[in-house]
Every structure is written in C-alpha cells, then in structure tokens.
Design a protein around this ligand. Structure first.
Ligand code: HAM
Length: 433
C-alpha cells in the first residue's frame, strides 16, 4: 500500500455490511428493551462544551485528563468543545437545560450512539466506540437501582450472552466518603515504597483509582486495603442493603466487589459492572454504571439524584463473534431479469412496483444476457427471479423459485401478492401450495 492510501484513523474502524446485521439486531434490542421498561429516546450532540465533561466526569480522571478529544478552537472567542467521551454528562446537561425537573420524575432516558476516547487502541478498546445508555434521573432509589441492573442483565441475556455476571459495590456519598478516602490515603502512604510510580502519582489526586489498579504489583497491597463497604454511613449502608434485597427479590445473581470504584468522578453509592466469566484479571467490562446523586447539582441544576449504565456495544459484538454468533445478512427477495437486455425501463418498472408493495426487490440494470442475469440473482441468494419476456404483452411474467428450481407463469397484477405469500411460506418452513 502506498503512503497515499487513506485509511480510517487509528483506533476507529468501518463496520462493513457483513458485520452490520449483528449491530442492527443489538440496536433493535436496545430500543425494544428501553421501550418495554419505559426509557424514552434522547439524542444529544456528539460535541459538548469541555466544561460539561471537566465538571461532570471530573478533571482528574483518565477520560478527561488523557482521553478527551478536544476540538481546536476556530476563533479566539469560541467556546472550548470536545467530542463526547460518554453520554451521561451531556444527558444531564440536557435535563437541566430543558427544565426536565418539572416533568414527572424520574425522567427515564436512553440513547445509542458513538463515543470518543483518545485511548491506546487494542482489541475491544477503540477511539470511537458505541454505547447503549440508560439513565433514570430524579429517583433516589434503592428500588430503581435494581430495576436498572436487571435491565442490563436482560440486555446481555437477550443479546445471547446469558452468562454475563454483575459485580456490585457501594462507594458511599459525600457524608462518608471523605473519611474513607483519608483512611485509604493513610493506608497507601504506609506502602509508598512498594507503589509503582503511576499509582504513587495518583495517590494524592484520585486515591480510589488505586483500588482497581490493573498493575500486578498492586494485587498484594490492595488485598488488605480498607474496604469502602466497611466505612459507609448509616444511610448509604441501608441503601446498599436494600439494593441487594431488591436484586434478590428479582432473582438477579450478583457478586459483591469492594474494589469496584469506576473511573468517573460523578458516582455515589451504587456502582456496578458487567463481565463475562472466566477471564479474571485483565478482562474488559462489557458495561457499567452507577448512581450519580451529585451530578445534576454539579452541572448547575437543583439537587437531583440519578442512576444509569452504559453497555459497550463493540465488546458485546466481539464476544458474540468469538462465540461464533453470525447474523444472516438480509437478502433481496426478488430479482427482475429479462430476455431483452436493453429493456431496463420495463425491468425497473416491475421492481419498483414490488418495492412499493413492500418487497425487497432489485432489477438487473445491466445489459448482459439473461443467463448472466440469472446467475447473478442466484449468487446473491435471491428467492425469486422474475423473468420478463414475451408473456408481458399478455400481462404475465415467469417466476422462478431459485432454491426450489421450479418455475411458473404469474399475471403481473398478481405478482406482488404471489411473491409475498410464497416468500412468507418459505421463510416459515411451510410448503408452498
Ligand atoms: P464507562 O464504564 O466509562 O461508563 O463505559 C461504559 C462501557 O463502555 C464500558 O463498560 C465498556 O464496555 C465501553 N467502553 C468504554 N471505553 C471503551 C473503548 N475505548 N472502546 C470500547 N468500549 C469502551 C460510562 O461511560 C458511563 N457514562 C456509564 C453510566 C451511565 N453511568 C451512569 N450512567
């Protein structure tokens, strides 16, 4: 390949028609589940003021410090903009901007779309990736925490990943977390000499992140670190116990994970992640979320609780592909071919009528011989070839059932009905009469 060959930017990729059927299925599933649970669709811009993320996600997080795609300002007075690295902060910005606190609470929202993080690309980690996002704003829980986690579990199950596991934790609130953080800082300071440099740097700035460090040197140190769940205030402890009781009542299996702290600053209380079992250690979450009771206020609204999660759709697709789940591509039902290679207007007319009747149809618009046209129709696995020939003067065409190898004459006026009926019978495994 020459230097002049243009390629998709590093960490981004094209989703080709061979892959998109699985994406289409997951997007439909996401929309369908959101509707079933009463989460309404919201679309927010792919770009936001960087302040939305700096204040919302947190200035001292990997997502904002290292991974934010900042746009170069076009003029001196233009506001600083960035591509969204995640949807929650933008959705909360929209909640405030549009006065959604006056709507019946909670406001339940969903979104499916691309996110952007300037991450080091690897399998399952991209610079543009897709999330299915669910948010419930205006309900302090704990029951809705369980509803949301159960919705996540159902998404994976219906997607074809029934064995996805839920890890749950509570990371406290502004009443109890400061005391816990002070304890944690003390603990790690006591092990300062053994801390890897990156972790040592983070110690004073965002100590919680040390707990879920992937550095093997941290495993032993973390084992004895104080656990947040041992230091929750009474209100947080009660909330957490009730979330778990609701999960039990719904028979949603979960595992408690005191080291689960999430990488975004807005979380309070309930935090959870979804994983495939059996790949301990370095494995990647298929999704995650939690409660963010301080976020609306942080972005300028009235104090309002919220909770939500994001599913990493790219990782779900990868997991399904690894398991050999391949989605059949939708094929054309009928190809209109003809004995007179030049009669493209006639073929196009017949195909147009079939499309108007709701069928997936294509006319062969080339000037090649009938035999070649039929070969092409068979190669793309069309169900029927509609052969336009001399019978057309009598208002009839030949219909060849390509997989069955049978052929019959059908009046043009009956064509759409006949194909719809025969295709339906074929798809449902019935016999054509
Ligand atoms: P998050 O954990 O940062 O949470 O992202 C959610 C999911 O997006 C991850 O579990 C992962 O599956 C996927 N993901 C993240 N980064 C990448 C990447 N670079 N490439 C591929 N997939 C990725 C949030 O974004 C929160 N907004 C979730 C939430 C909603 N919390 C409350 N409401």
């Amino acid at each position: 390949m020459s230097d002049r060959t243009l390629r998709a930017p590093r960490g981004t990729r094209d989703l080709l028609p061979t892959e998109t059927p699985i994406w289409t299925r997951l997007e439909h599933l996401a929309g369908n589940l959101a509707t079933r649970y009463g989460y309404r669709r919201i679309e927010t811009p792919l770009i936001e003021s960087t302040a939305v993320f700096e204040r919302g996600v947190g200035a001292v997080t990997d997502i904002v410090e290292k991974e934010l795609f900042r746009l170069a300002p076009r003029t001196e007075e233009s506001e600083a903009l960035a591509l969204r690295p995640e949807p929650t902060a933008g959705i909360v910005r929209a909640y405030i901007q549009h006065g959604m606190q006056t709507w019946p609470q909670p406001v339940k929202l969903n979104q499916v779309g691309p996110m952007f993080r300037y991450d080091r690309p690897q399998a399952g980690r991209y610079r543009q990736f897709w999330q299915f996002d669910i948010e419930a704003i205006g309900d302090p829980g704990p029951a809705i925490d369980a509803e949301i986690i159960e919705l996540g579990v159902r998404f994976y199950r219906e997607a074809g990943l029934a064995d996805v596991q839920v890890l749950v934790n509570s990371i406290g609130d502004p009443a109890c977390r400061p005391t816990y953080l002070a304890l944690l800082i003390d603990y790690y300071r006591g092990h300062r000499d053994a801390l890897p440099t990156t972790e040592s740097d983070r110690l004073e700035r965002n100590v919680l992140r040390l707990l879920d460090s992937k550095d093997p040197a941290m495993a032993a140190i973390n084992r004895d670190a104080p656990r947040v769940t041992d230091h929750l205030c009474e209100a947080c402890a009660e909330h957490f116990a009730s979330v778990l009781a609701h999960l039990d009542a719904l028979a949603v299996p979960y595992r408690l994970d005191p080291s689960l702290v999430r990488g975004l600053d807005y979380y309070t209380r309930t935090a959870f992640e979804f994983y495939l079992p059996g790949r301990d250690g370095q494995q990647q979450a298929l999704g995650g979320g939690g409660r963010y009771d301080g976020l609306v206020e942080l972005l300028g609204g009235r104090p309002t609780p919220g909770i939500g999660f994001g599913v990493g759709l790219d990782r779900v697709v990868l997991a399904l592909q690894e398991r050999g789940a391949v989605e059949p591509e939708a094929t054309i039902v009928a190809v209109v071919v003809g004995a007179d290679p030049m009669a493209t207007a006639v073929r196009l007319g017949v195909a147009t009528n079939l499309r108007a009747a709701g069928l997936a149809a294509r006319a062969d618009l080339t000037h090649r011989r009938l035999g070649k046209q039929l070969e092409a129709a068979a190669r793309e696995h069309a169900h029927f070839a509609v052969i336009v020939g001399d019978e057309l003067t009598a208002g009839e065409v030949q219909v060849r059932d390509l997989p069955a190898g049978t052929q019959k004459v059908v009046p043009v006026a009956e064509l759409a009905n006949e194909l719809t009926r025969a295709h339906g019978a074929h798809r449902h495994g019935g016999r054509e009469g």
